[in-house]
Design a protein around this ligand. Structure first.
Ligand code: GLU
Length: 322
C-alpha cells in the first residue's frame, strides 16, 4: 500500500513536470548589473514575481557588468532579457554610438517596458577639492564597470565639459562594489554611476566617506541634451543620501526591460503579465519603480520596438500601442 502511494506520488510529480513542459514553461534569464546597483534588485524582484505567480515562466536574474554587456549577451543568446539604459539599447539596435556595436546592429532587440530614470551620480571625496566636472582633470576617477552603460554616460558628460578619459589622472574601470572600497581607501577621488536614485553603492559611499555630489548643469548640460537626445535634466532630490543636503542638478536616461524576437509572443506576454499586471507588487520591489513607474511611461520613448507580447499586454491595459 505504502509502496503504491509512493509510486502514485512519483507519477503525479512526473505528471506535473510533464504538464508544465507540455504547456511550454519558458525559462527566462534576466541580465542586470552590479549587486550594489538598482538593476540587480529590480531583476531579482521581477524573477521572484514570475516564479511565485504561476506565470508559466521560470526566471532568474544574473549580476553583470551592465547595459553594454547585457546587449552583447542578448545578441549571443546568453541572456533572454535584460535591464539596460535606453540610450545603450538604441545604439545596440541601430549598430551605432559605441565601438562595441559598430556594424553589429541587432534588429531583433525588442522593448518590454521603460522602467524608471537612471540619474548620473558623480560623487567626489570632499578632500579631493572636486566641485565641478572640470575639476576631475588629473584626478583618479571610477568611470564605470567593464561593459557598463555608466562608462558611456561618463564619456559623453566629460566631453560636454571638454574633457576625455585621457585628461584624468587615472580612469578606473571597476565594479561599483570595488568603487566603494577605492573611495573609502582614498585610492579614488570620484566615482561615476548612472543608476536609479537610492542605489546601495552610492548610499554606502555617502555613509562612510565625506562626499559631495558634483552637478551637471548650465550650458554643458544643454549641449549634452542637444547632442544626445536620450538625456533629460533630472534633479537628485535633497537628502537622497547622507550628507547631501541640497538638490543636485544632473541628467538622466531611462532603465528599460528588453528582450529579443527569439522569445515568442506567448512567452513574453506571460512574462509581462507576471511582472506588470499587479502594479502594487511591482512597485514594492524598489523605490525607483514606486516613484516612477506607470503604464503610460512604460511605452514612452522606446529605444527599440515593443515585443509583440508586450503590445498584447499594454493593449489589454487600454494603451494605444503597436
Ligand atoms: N546603468 C548602469 C549601467 O548600465 C547600471 C545601473 C544599475 O546597476 O542599476 O552600467
Amino acid at each position: 500500500m505504502k509502496k503504491n502511494t509512493r509510486q502514485l506520488t512519483a507519477v503525479l510529480v512526473l505528471g506535473t513536470a510533464a504538464a508544465a513542459l507540455a504547456q511550454g514553461t519558458t525559462f527566462l534569464t534576466i541580465g542586470s548589473g552590479s549587486t550594489t546597483g538598482v538593476y540587480f534588485p529590480v531583476a531579482t524582484g521581477m524573477a521572484k514575481m514570475l516564479n511565485d505567480t504561476g506565470s508559466g515562466v521560470r526566471a532568474n536574474a544574473r549580476s553583470t557588468g551592465g547595459s553594454v554587456f547585457n546587449m552583447g549577451a542578448i545578441a549571443s543568446g546568453e541572456l533572454d532579457a535584460a535591464v539596460a539604459q535606453n540610450d545603450v539599447v538604441y545604439y545596440a539596435y541601430k549598430g551605432t554610438g559605441l565601438q562595441a556595436f559598430q556594424g553589429k546592429a541587432n534588429s531583433k532587440l525588442r522593448t518590454m517596458a521603460v522602467l524608471y530614470p537612471e540619474v548620473l551620480h558623480i560623487v567626489a571625496r570632499k578632500d579631493s577639492g572636486i566641485k565641478t566636472v572640470a575639476d576631475l582633470k588629473g584626478k583618479r576617477v571610477v568611470i564605470g564597470d567593464l561593459g557598463s552603460g555608466t562608462e558611456l554616460t561618463a564619456k559623453q558628460v566629460m566631453e560636454a565639459y571638454g574633457l576625455g578619459f585621457d585628461d584624468l589622472g587615472q580612469a578606473l574601470r571597476v565594479s561599483p562594489a570595488q568603487g566603494i572600497s577605492l573611495m573609502q581607501d582614498k585610492r579614488a577621488d570620484a566615482l561615476f554611476f548612472t543608476v536609479g536614485v537610492g542605489a546601495s553603492a552610492i548610499a554606502q559611499i555617502a555613509q562612510t566617506v565625506d562626499v559631495s555630489m558634483v552637478p551637471v548643469s548650465g550650458n554643458q548640460a544643454s549641449s549634452l541634451l542637444k547632442k544626445y537626445p536620450f538625456y533629460v535634466r533630472y534633479n537628485i532630490p535633497a537628502k537622497s543620501y547622507k550628507g547631501i543636503g541640497a538638490t543636485v542638478p544632473s541628467v538622466a536616461v531611462q532603465a528599460t526591460l528588453v528582450t529579443s524576437t527569439a522569445m515568442s509572443e506567448d512567452a513574453i506576454y506571460r512574462a509581462m503579465k507576471g511582472i506588470f499586471d499587479n502594479e502594487a507588487d511591482l512597485k514594492a520591489i524598489h523605490p525607483s519603480l514606486a516613484t516612477n513607474f506607470s503604464y503610460a511611461k512604460a511605452v514612452t520613448g522606446l529605444p527599440a520596438p515593443l515585443h509583440p507580447g508586450a503590445v498584447k499586454f499594454f493593449k489589454e491595459k487600454g494603451l494605444n500601442v503597436k
